[in-house]
Structures are given as C-alpha cells and as structure tokens.
Design a protein around this ligand. Sequence first.
Ligand SMILES: [Mg+2]
Length: 358
Amino acid sequence: MVRKIIHIDMDAFYASVEQRDFPEYRGKPLAVGYAEARGVVATASYEARRFGVRSAMPSTTALRKCPQLIFVPPRFEVYREVSEQINEIFMDYTELVEPLSLDEAFLDVTENHKKMASAVLIAKEIKERIRAKTGLTASAGVSINKFLAKIASDYRKPDGMFVILPKDVESFVEGLEIERFFGVGKVTAQKMHLLGIHTGADLKKFGEEWLVHHFGKVGHTYYYNARAIDDREVVPNRIRKSVGAENTFETDLEASTKMTLELYQIARRVWERIEEEQFYGRTITLKIKYADFEILTRSKTLPSPITQFRVFWDTAREMVKLIDTSEKKVRLMGLSISHHEDAQLPSGGIQLKLKFKD
Ligand SMILES: [Mg+2]
C-alpha cells in the first residue's frame, strides 16, 4: 500500500513568533539570538534573509550584512506553547505524529481519524487551522514517504505547499539536486561532484556496494532514496519515562572524533544512573543541540532491554556517527534510555498525549 506522509514545517518559526507578539518588529529584519561576540543567529525573519542573514550565522557576520538588524533573545517557553498548539491540531487527524523539533513534524495520514482520502486536503486544512489558532504560517510537503515529504515542505516556503504524487516520484527524484538528499552535507556534496554525481539520476547509476564503499553506511540510504524508496515509519514519541544526561560544551564541537569522546563521558554518566535505578530500557535517544539552538533527536530501539554498558555504548556511538556536522557546530549532546518494560503502556484504547521532545 502506498503511504500518505505529510511534513509540516513552521516558517521562520522563532522570528515569526516574535513578529506576531511585538508589532514593532513586523516588516523589519529581525534575528532571534544574541548580538554578542560568540553569539549566533537562531532564526532570521524573511526580511533579514533578504540581506543574506541565515540561521547559525555568527551574529557579527549578520550585523555586517545587515547593520539595522534587530536582535531579540529567544523565548523558548512561548515557542514550546505554540508547538503544543500545533501538535494538538495534528492529533485531530492521526496519532502517528513524529516531531523532529519544536516547529516540524511528520504525520502519517494513510489512515486518519477524519477518514479523509486526500492527504493534500488534510495538509491544506492543517495549514489553515495553524494560521487560525496561532496567527503563524506553516509550509507543508505531501508525498509517499518521509524523505520526499520533507523535501517537498521546503519547496514553496513560506506559507507554501508542494505535493509529489506517486506517479511523479521517480522523475522528481531523478531531477533532484544531490544537495537535497538526506545525509548529504557540504562536504559529501563536494565529494559527489568530484565523482560526477550532481542529481538523483546520476546517483542512480551507482550500485549499493559502491556507494557504501565510498560513503559508508549512509550509502545504503543514498541507494534507496535515489529510487524514491524510504521505508522509515512515522514513529510517535511515546516515551513515558527515561534516564539520561546531557552536557553543554564550552566551545562548540565540529569534529566527530571530539563528539565521540564527549559522548563517551555522557554515556558513562547515564550508565551509572541506569545501574543505580536498575532501569534497563530498550530505546536509546541521542539529542543534539546545534550552535543555532536547533535541536535534533534520534532514537533507536533494540529488541531486548539493554543490560550491558558495551551494548549501550556501541549503539550510541553508531548513532552519533550519522550526525551531520558539515554545516553546523554542536553545542550540546544528551543521551537517554527509555522504553523500560514496566513503563510500557497497555495497548489499545488509551489516548496518549504526545509532547515535543526538547
Ligand atoms: Mg521551520
């Protein structure tokens, strides 16, 4: 069966919330973040983007590009509130909601509470309801899997919608620039260009083994995505209880070896707590906060509870290797374990309140 996946992404989220709440900022170049020496821009308003101001850009650079740029400090409690409001809208359609950050989520609407056959209509409705409830705009991508839905939501920003129908996916992916593929950062893109790979059609010429040989494990993903295949499910965040630890770094990390070393310290601390509390869960969650405050989480669930540090560490290390640090530096990492057998919910009939992880 062909799935119907929607990716919803709020437009210039933090900046739009500030412009909504403070009319004096409307129509002006605005950056959420701090104008200090080591500060970075978390989100730039569209007016600021016209001057070349971007997320993760050092504040000093941003001010050089746009001297009249207004800086406002982030108000995460407000962003979290809005995040919960949009999540409630999503839940009217499906329980299969997977938040990626405060302002982005995947929805699987193949089957939905409203029995609507058209994912396009659902996406349209959701956009309208978000605007009515929050006064903010979102962009939507609709397609047959996560890979394509996420690309699509970026295609007509802001306040846009883009649909890639099943009959069009093949030609769409063939024409797609390599930079748009999942797991392709600046460095990988350069390497691909040297190998003559510029589009999905180019990528498709290479075998799975060859891609894994040249790019490591993520080569499998490239191989399947080039064929518009992405079987990853939309996994709702049903974590009820967890044990974890995190660390904010004095200087942002960019090298992955450094990240692995830091992660090892965190893993040790988490493991101490796990042993203390005898909390042997099955799901490991890695949390990354980038220098621009964007938060990313990745979870992996093992078939049985993790009772040995070696298994915990090996899994966490594999997960951190897949984090792309070619674009942005990392300022915080966290690890947690959840999905403890006792914390499992009885299946069926229970309405779960899903929250964005942060
Ligand atoms: Mg966004």
